[in-house]
Design a protein around this ligand. Structure first.
Ligand SMILES: *[C@@H]1O[C@H](CO)[C@@H](O)[C@H](O)[C@H]1NC(C)=O
Ligand SMILES: *[C@@H]1O[C@H](CO)[C@@H](O)[C@H](O)[C@H]1NC(C)=O
Ligand SMILES: *[C@@H]1O[C@H](CO)[C@@H](O)[C@H](O)[C@H]1NC(C)=O
Ligand SMILES: *[C@@H]1O[C@H](CO)[C@@H](O)[C@H](O)[C@H]1NC(C)=O
Ligand SMILES: *[C@@H]1O[C@H](CO)[C@@H](O)[C@H](O)[C@H]1NC(C)=O
Length: 421
């Protein structure tokens, strides 16, 4: 009897132990699952924060339209959209109508691919530039989102500042700081105003643009490829400081991403690198190419149209290359500004320009290298190789000027052009 009771009590003990262990492990398991879940959520959020970067070519979806207002598309812990973190001020449409005199012709500053730019004066007296995107252009909306998204996060003295935006019904507008001296092309290619650009000013503009691009490529939180660097996208403030504008076509690259490919090649003839125009490959080095063209344009005061296949006279890259090899590169400069220059400084800039427009992207220097070359007279500078440029034959065909082994794909290429501003 005592034995059996002992037995039963020991089996009771066993059951208790078993139940205890089971409950214990269940609790531990549940705890672990919850912990795992939390960690994963946190990791996901961290990852999102860390990258905050869309895959290439995938349009940024960080901003959404909500009740006609642009808001950051940030989801909080419970998946609800938070709307209190707007990084860009919103303007009332009527405010902008009043500021621009109902978008009158007289306040029009220029016309771009996506719409018109107007000068506006706000009630407080602040002068701004207002870009009104054309209503029909679907691209315009994408452009606006892209620009709002990007520019809200970028700040540098060589980038144009966006003050806010406005989206109401059909109207989509961006408000920028106003640039007294408009854009570089208006000085550079104007047969009277071009005289006001002394060598010193030209060099300062080149350095300003270089600093702006360096920031985009390396120093900002993101790696940004502008994709449409050209003289009309370089604005000038009162002191003739250069500021890069128009991020409608810009793309963000992830951490170690170097190249992306697009089927839709948009850009401006004369500034597009061959690998972009031909194959749709873009990278920091395709921006470097455009920068090189800009440098040579700023030095020579001539437009690189990239369109004249008959004579080298009109192809700035070929002309520069020829003069350089004949030891006559200084002839690129107009005589009127050749008077008080440091020849070495000019020659060095021409060489930098030629290095940037080399045919192979990997031969071109990066922006930090370029700034070093621009700012130091003793930095080692290499000899440029043949410039890469393609020639527009008819409207849609492009071709390298050099005989290429592989010309098969040539006829498949179409290059859409956005006409310059
Ligand atoms: C602005 O101009 C448009 C037509 O150009 C007109 O329909 C509209 O009434 C004007 N708005 C104001 C506030 O003047
Ligand atoms: C404003 O510009 C448009 C288009 O360029 C033109 O048709 C119109 O006549 C201009 N109006 C004035 C008042 O200049
Ligand atoms: C200004 O433009 C005119 C006409 O294109 C040209 O002849 C002249 O050489 C240019 N001057 C400078 C300083 O570039
Ligand atoms: C740039 O704009 C300022 C302010 O309008 C003006 O004083 C200055 O002369 C302009 N610079 C040139 C080179 O035209
Ligand atoms: C830029 O080029 C220099 C020299 O080629 C290289 O040392 C440097 O790592 C490059 N910088 C970047 C950010 O790629």
């Amino acid at each position: 009897m005592t034995k059996s009771s002992k037995n039963s009590s020991s089996s009771n003990n066993k059951v208790v132990k078993l139940v205890g262990i089971t409950i214990g492990s269940c609790v531990v398991l549940i705890f672990l699952i919850i912990l795992f879940h939390l960690m994963r959520k946190k990791l996901q959020r961290l990852k999102k924060l860390e990258s905050d970067i869309p895959a290439p070519e995938k349009r940024v979806k960080d901003f959404i339209l909500k009740d006609g207002v642009v808001v950051p598309n940030k989801r909080d812990y419970y998946g609800e959209t938070k709307t209190d973190e707007l990084e860009l001020p919103l303007f009332d449409f009527m405010t902008l109508v009043m500021a621009t005199n109902n978008f009158s012709n007289s306040s029009k500053l220029g016309q771009g691919g996506f719409g018109c730019v107007y000068k506006g004066t706000l009630k407080e007296g602040e002068v701004v530039a207002v870009k009104r995107l054309s209503r029909i252009s679907e691209q315009g909306i994408e452009e606006l989102k892209n620009e709002v998204q990007l520019i809200a996060k970028l700040q540098h003295r060589n980038l144009v500042r966006v003050l806010g935006c406005c989206i109401e019904a059909e109207e989509k507008l961006l408000v920028y700081e106003f640039m007294e001296n408009k854009s570089l092309d208006m000085f550079l290619f104007d047969k009277e105003k071009n005289v006001t650009l002394s060598w010193k000013i030209r060099l300062e503009i080149i350095c300003g643009i270089a600093r702006g691009i360096l920031y985009l490529h390396q120093d900002s939180r993101f790696k940004v490829i502008h994709r449409d660097l050209k003289a009309s996208n370089i604005l000038l403030d009162r002191q003739m400081n250069a500021k890069i504008s128009d991020f409608g076509m810009a793309r963000i690259f992830g951490g170690d991403q170097n190249v992306a490919k697009t089927k839709k090649v948009v850009g401006t003839y004369g500034y597009m690198s061959p690998e972009y125009a031909m194959d749709g490959h873009f990278s920091t080095k395709s921006d470097v190419f455009s920068f090189g063209v800009l440098v040579l344009e700023i030095i020579s005061g001539k437009k690189n149209t990239g369109s004249c296949y008959t004579s080298s006279q009109h192809n700035l890259l070929r002309q520069t290359w020829t003069l350089w090899n004949e030891g006559k590169a200084l002839e690129l400069l107009d005589e009127s500004i050749r008077a008080n220059i440091f020849e070495n400084e000019v020659l060095r800039c021409i060489q930098i320009g030629l290095l940037c427009v080399q045919e192979h992207p990997e031969d071109r220097p990066n922006m930090s290298n370029i700034l070093l070359l621009l700012s130091s007279e003793i930095a080692q500078i290499s000899l440029p190789k043949y410039p890469g440029f393609f020639i527009r034959k008819r409207n849609t065909e492009t071709e390298f000027s050099r005989i290429q082994d592989d010309l098969r794909s040539i006829n498949e290429i179409t290059v859409s052009i956005l006409h310059g501003r």
